[in-house]
Design a protein around this ligand. Structure first.
Ligand code: PEP
Ligand code: MN
Length: 362
């Protein structure tokens, strides 16, 4: 089932400016009024106009710093009034939403632990009903695209149309250099389904460490995402939360300057002709691939019949493992990755087993 969302693009919310990336920056947590103001000034000075700061912090262990609470909203209000920036913070409950509305927060976001919880999402959606405040929904901690879409649907049904998403990666037990698994595949899928929806990446929570911020931000831009939410702190090493991943405003400025932004398309005549010719070649190859697959499935069907006549089971695991191993080594010799050929052959093999099963059931 297609889940329709009625969405107003981020460029029409009145505070993001193009060209890409639309940028949201600010500390993981608001800590003191001075830290909030100093960081905001540093960012505002080079053209960041949307400020983030966590006020209520979802921490792993009780007893860690859990945010300054409502007093932080007063500091954000000061950022608005003195610097003219737009401000946003994370909400996880009805109470948070009502406080944000009361203090004139311009935009809110829902964190990864909260978007994974339909009860909380519904509570937040109900509390927001009747407002038109923009809401950004981070991906749930687990790589579940439907859960992410469901969270957006709840907000949309409550009448909120200024909706966007923040991809911050997924919890994983695999040993990877980053704090969270980028799992870009899910982001691309969501982007493809809702191309009009403001799409941010959060390289900070994905990376967990400063050194990876540049490459992850570049990746997000190469995938054509609209913006970045980056954690920035006037004194990162002394931050009360997420110290290892925060950047000074100056370092963020440098990161943004180093980004290479490629356009999603080009109006240039020569480009159009060149790309059309290349795409035509791809179309012919895809057509041939389809015919080959059709022929291959025809042979699978014949094999199915033959096995049935001779009372032989469909799946011979040894044969499949051998076939896959052969394909992997031949593909690698042609410059095709083991991962890619394994995914392709597994899909073909699954379909082939299904075709043979159909023969058996007839
Ligand atoms: C945050 O943005 O500070 C935060 C807690 O992020 P996440 O929900 O992505 O972990
Ligand atoms: Mn953080």
């Amino acid at each position: 089932m297609a889940h329709e969302l009625d969405i107003i693009p981020g460029t029409e919310w009145g505070f993001f400016t193009l060209p890409r990336p639309m940028c949201i920056a600010g500390p993981c947590s608001a800590e003191t009024e001075e830290q909030v103001m100093e960081t905001a000034r540093g960012l505002n000075d080079f053209g960041i106009h949307v400020y983030r700061a966590g006020i209520w912090k979802p921490r792993t262990h009780p007893g860690s710093f859990e945010g300054v609470g409502t007093q932080g909203l007063k500091w954000l209000r000061r950022v608005k009034q003195e610097l003219g920036m737009k401000v946003c913070t994370e909400v996880a409950s009805e109470k948070h939403v009502l406080e944000c509305i009361k203090y004139g927060v311009d935009m809110i976001w829902v964190g990864a632990r909260t978007s994974a919880n339909p009860f909380l999402m519904q509570e937040i959606a109900d509390a927001l009903e009747g407002t038109d405040i923009p809401v950004l929904v981070k991906n749930p901690v687990n790589p579940d695209l439907d859960l992410w879409i469901g969270a957006l649907e709840r907000l949309n049904r409550a009448g909120l149309k200024k909706l966007g998403v923040i991809h911050r990666g997924f919890s994983t037990s695999a040993s990877i250099p980053y704090r969270n698994d980028p799992g870009w595949k899910i982001a691309i899928e969501l982007r493809t389904r809702y191309p009009q929806m403001a799409f941010f990446a959060d390289p900070s929570h994905m990376a967990g460490k400063r050194v990876y911020l540049q490459e992850l931000s570049q990746r997000a831009m190469d995938l054509g995402l609209d913006g970045l939410m980056v954690e920035s702190h006037c004194n990162p090493d002394a931050a009360w939360s997420d110290a290892a991943q925060q950047l000074t405003p100056a370092a963020l400025k440098e990161l943004l300057e180093k980004l290479i932004i490629r356009e999603n398309t080009s109006d240039n005549e020569a480009y159009r002709e060149g790309i059309d010719a290349l795409r035509a070649r791809i179309d012919v190859i895809d057509e041939n691939l389809l015919k080959l697959l059709r022929d291959r499935m025809g042979v699978s069907q014949a094999i199915g019949r033959y096995k049935k006549e001779h009372n032989v089971a469909i799946l011979q695991a040894g044969r499949w493992e051998q076939l896959l191993a052969d394909m992997v080594s031949r593909a690698e010799a042609m410059g095709i990755s083991a991962q890619a050929i394994t995914a392709i052959m597994t899909a073909i093999h699954d379909e082939s087993v299904r075709v043979q099963n159909n023969v058996l059931e007839r």
